[in-house]
Design a protein around this ligand. Structure first.
Ligand code: NAD
Length: 425
């Protein structure tokens, strides 16, 4: 991949500022970092599929920029998973246990920590990392409940004060296809967005049965993708990508949500199979969201928006008479958004221009949480119920078991296959 920029950050910001676009969290693109040949010493917490993938991605990103990565330490709930990954990197230390993140963060030479555990742990981990003075890459989603999401927003503010980066695994924000459309929308290409539909409908995912004599904590960690307390349910865990694109394109989170959902086929855990939610973004704009994890059904993943002067897919075709008159940059990005997000992160650190996506990803996570609460309860849920109205029944929602229960050995797993009942929940 050629890291030569087609557009520089400086010229991009100038153009975008004229258009009134939001530039605060946009990436640096492929500006070669000052002083190529730098070695970034990193640590990883969560050595599963994505954690392993993220380490590979950051190594590729560093190579593309002429830098180097040293993986100093890795941690996992299960020592053997940390050991297995550490073997790939000479001298890498491996820590096991639910509180092993402390040992990674205690490594003074680590300047950047990557977090890819189940989402429930993200607020605690990112708070500890920023307190320890580390730059962070945090996988999405970043919380499972409103208390956790607000904590990530607060930690993001702390990071800003300390000049630390937080880049999230919402990779669409780093992909040229999405960047082009967002840029054009911000310049008014399709007028005011009034509606749209977004979906993540796919086959069922994996699940794990409980092993004989297994502790509740171990079972929940292994089967995390089935428990709302661990993952936030799939409207948060997976569909967060479309919710994130929508908040980004519209430049704001929704005002309220009304949704429904249910379950027919899932086994174990307590999540729904499907959700359908009307998100009201205010200013006469409604976005319909649907997500489903059921085998043998029609699959569709993507975004579509209708504006007063055109239409657009999230990453695809935009139909607009105004488009021809606009100068929309090409945004030279890596073909893989999960590499580009690390290119942007490393560039930001090397150039001393911190990127901070904490608020954006926390708000997108909270958008999914808002839809989920509406579907579980059958009620209209307002953004203010989660962000400002301390009297709301959902403002203080914080699931148990919480990370503190895991660290204190107090985990009691919720019963498998017992679900919220709308109208009663
Ligand atoms: N951006 C994307 O497109 C994308 C894709 C896949 C997954 N993800 C996200 O990445 C995260 C991880 O997903 P995954 O697919 O790698 O799951 P996984 O189950 O493969 O890996 C999670 C790992 O975290 C470990 N773990 C659990 N609790 C821990 C703790 N307290 N401390 C240390 N380690 C702990 C587990 O043992 C496991 O090895 C999730 O938030 C998921 O939503 C993002």
């Amino acid at each position: 991949m050629n890291p030569t920029p087609i557009i520089t950050r400086r010229s991009f910001i100038k153009n975008a500022a004229i258009a009134g676009a939001v530039v605060s969290t946009l990436p640096l693109f492929n500006v070669r970092a000052a002083g190529a040949g730098r070695k970034f010493k990193i640590g990883l917490v969560g050595c599963g599929g994505r954690g392993t993938g993220a380490v590979n991605n950051i190594i590729e990103a560093a190579k593309a920029l002429g830098h180097e990565i040293e993986v100093v330490a890795v941690a996992d709930f299960f020592q053997e998973k940390a050991d297995k990954l550490a073997q790939k990197f000479p001298g890498c230390r491996a820590f096991g246990g639910v509180d092993a993140y402390h040992q990674v963060l205690a490594e003074k030479e680590i300047e950047l920590a990557l977090f890819a555990t189940p989402p429930v742990f993200r607020p605690l981990h990112v708070a500890a990392a920023i307190a320890a003075g580390k730059h962070c890459f945090i996988e999405k989603p970043v919380a499972v409940d409103p208390v956790g999401a607000r904590k990530v927003i607060a930690v993001g503010e702390e990071a800003k004060k300390k000049g630390l980066c937080i880049v999230a695994g919402t990779q669409r924000r780093h992909m040229s296809s999405y960047l082009r459309n967002q840029y054009a929308i911000a310049q008014g290409a399709i007028g005011k967005i009034t509606g749209g539909n977004i979906s993540w409908c796919q086959s069922s995912l994996w699940f794990k049965n409980r092993n004989p004599d297994e502790s509740d904590a171990s079972y929940m960690v292994r089967n995390w993708i089935s428990f709302v307390e661990m993952s936030g349910d799939h409207i948060v865990e997976q569909h967060v990508h479309q919710l994130d694109v929508t908040n980004w394109f519209l430049g704001r989170p929704p005002v309220s949500a009304v949704g429904f959902g249910g379950r027919a086929r899932r086994q174990t855990g307590n999540q729904f199979d499907f959700f359908s939610v009307d998100f009201n973004y205010g200013d006469d704009c409604h976005i319909h969201s649907m997500c489903r994890q059921v085998k043998g059904c029609y699959d569709n993943i993507g975004e579509f928006y209708i504006g007063t002067e055109g239409t657009t897919f999230g990453a695809g075709k935009m139909q607009s008479a105004k488009l021809a008159g606009l100068k929309v940059p090409e945004f030279s990005t890596h073909a893989n958004g999960q590499v580009q997000e690390h290119i942007d992160l490393l560039n930001a650190i090397a150039n001393g221009q911190p990127l901070n996506g904490a608020k954006d990803v926390a708000e997108s996570t909270l958008t999914g949480i808002m839809g989920r609460i509406s579907a579980y309860t059958g009620q209209l849920v307002r953004w203010s119920d989660l962000m400002t109205n301390t009297e709301s029944p959902w403002y203080n929602l914080a699931f148990k078991p919480a990370p503190a229960d895991f660290e204190g050995g107090l985990v009691v797993a919720p019963k498998d296959n017992v679900l919220p009942v709308p109208g009663e929940a």
